[in-house]
Design a protein around this ligand. Structure first.
Ligand code: 2F8
Ligand code: CA
Length: 159
């Protein structure tokens, strides 16, 4: 192989590697990258359990939010969609009332951004799933059978 062809093949490989998708490509560009994770912002509304299954089907899980920076990035992104309803996140206390865990890891929440007075089982109604408020970025516990949009998360693909 001449030097020309070697150079051509090597540079093509570099371009392909540089362009490798770290998050799944979609026509509607619903996957977004932040630090080491990919996030999917649904347009479909469904129950918390169905949202969890939907994330699982696309190789992800309902989002666990582990820091103020991550919450703020999600908050800004939600605002960019100009859809001012709440989204499900992966926190739930379905197993032990009052003890919220992240459904993907089973870990109790360390970081939290609950709205004032939340979680509260409002008016004695079981509220065992968590949502993020698009406008404030703060969280609320809510009945798990409410239908709303949801956020999935998965690690970026390293090539
Ligand atoms: O829809 C249930 C939801 O209703 C209120 O928020 C709009 C409650 N907030 C307060 O009472 C401050 C939520 O706790 C409750 O989950
Ligand atoms: Ca509540």
């Amino acid at each position: 192989m001449t030097n020309f062809w070697i150079l051509t093949v090597v540079s093509s490989l570099c371009v392909v590697t540089a362009q490798a998708n770290r998050c799944p490509p979609t026509d509607d560009d619903r996957w977004k990258e932040f630090r080491d994770s990919c996030y999917f912002f649904s347009e479909r509304s469904t129950t918390w359990r169905s949202a969890k299954e939907s994330c699982s089907e696309n190789g992800s899980h309902l989002v666990d939010i582990l820091s103020w920076e991550e919450n703020e990035w999600i908050h800004q992104r939600l605002n960019s969609y100009r859809y001012y309803e709440d989204y499900y996140i992966g926190a739930t206390d379905q197993q032990h009332e009052g003890l919220f865990i992240w459904t993907n890891s089973g870990d109790a929440l360390e970081y939290g951004n609950w709205n004032d007075g939340e979680p509260n089982q409002h008016l004695g109604t079981p509220e065992n799933c968590a949502e993020i408020d698009t406008r404030s970025g703060r969280w609320n516990d809510i009945p798990c059978d409410i239908v709303m949009r949801f956020i999935c998360k998965r690690p970026i693909t390293r090539k």
